[in-house]
Ligand binder design. Structure first.
Ligand code: ZN
Ligand code: ZN
Length: 247
């Protein structure tokens, strides 16, 4: 598959499935563990946003954040799940809230109604296409609000995902409005990817290149097509090698 890099999002889902299926089953065995991986990845991005870590770390941390979202959506066997979530929340035609090509929702978004089309070419979109469209639609507003706003929204979405997979939000209004569990998972995950791309755009990071560089062929940790990274235990004041993910 590497000849076709950069992948479409469904191709990335398959790529991450092959690379991390085994690792994720060991390191992040439950759905909640996978969602915690997302919140951890976001916290490392936050360190860069607030100046606690150097900007040069931002691309790899954004890539790991995307990888963590694939760990979540790959709970489903459907490689198109994340893409469907994005199509639903962020259809090609217009903002799903205000219905304008360039969003003018501002701080008070009207009611959501998707114009997503299952036949849409968005299933074949690559990170570049999503990042470009989202930046045209929402970029000016986000740049005006600044990186702390974008990061706050990203964190909020991760919390929503965590609450959802933990069962804390089982009775919320989206659930009773008919979205099934997987569609809701897709929707929450899509929001995280959208805000990740917003942050990337704010800092002029090309996520297509970054994903290709960090995850395009092999796991960046162990350099294998199917991850066999060492399994590290990090205690409060000690780090211990407790095994390996290799089969
Ligand atoms: Zn809008
Ligand atoms: Zn690895």
């Amino acid at each position: 598959m590497s000849a076709t890099i950069p992948f479409t999002l469904p191709q990335w889902a398959e790529h991450f499935r092959l690379m991390y299926r085994h690792r994720n089953s060991i390191v992040f065995p439950s759905n909640v563990d996978k969602a915690i991986f997302v919140t951890y990845a976001i916290s490392t991005v936050g360190q860069v946003v607030r100046g606690r870590a150097d900007k040069e770390h931002l691309p790899s941390r954004l890539a790991t954040l995307c990888a963590s979202v694939f760990a979540v959506v790959n709970i489903s066997d459907d490689n198109r799940l994340l893409c469907r979530g994005l199509m639903h929340k962020y259809p090609e035609r217009c903002c799903a809230y205000c219905k304008h090509d360039i969003c003018d929702c501002g701080d008070n978004r009207p009611r959501f109604s998707s114009t997503a089309n299952e036949e849409s070419g968005q299933l074949n979109w690559k990170f570049y296409d999503w990042q470009t469209m989202l930046d045209i639609r929402y970029g000016a507003y986000n740049r005006d609000k600044g990186p702390y706003f974008i990061f706050a929204r990203l964190s909020e979405e991760a919390q929503e995902l965590l609450l959802f997979v933990s069962g804390f939000r089982q009775s919320n209004k989206e659930m009773v409005s008919g979205l099934d569990w997987m569609a809701q998972l897709a929707s929450e995950s899509a929001d995280i990817v959208a805000w990740t791309l917003a942050l990337a755009s704010y800092y002029h990071v090309d996520m297509t290149m970054v994903m290709k560089n960090y995850y395009g062929k092999v796991c960046p940790g162990c350099k294998k097509e199917e991850c066999g990274c060492p399994l590290i235990f990090r205690g409060s004041d000690e780090t211990a090698l407790v095994g390996t993910i290799s089969k």
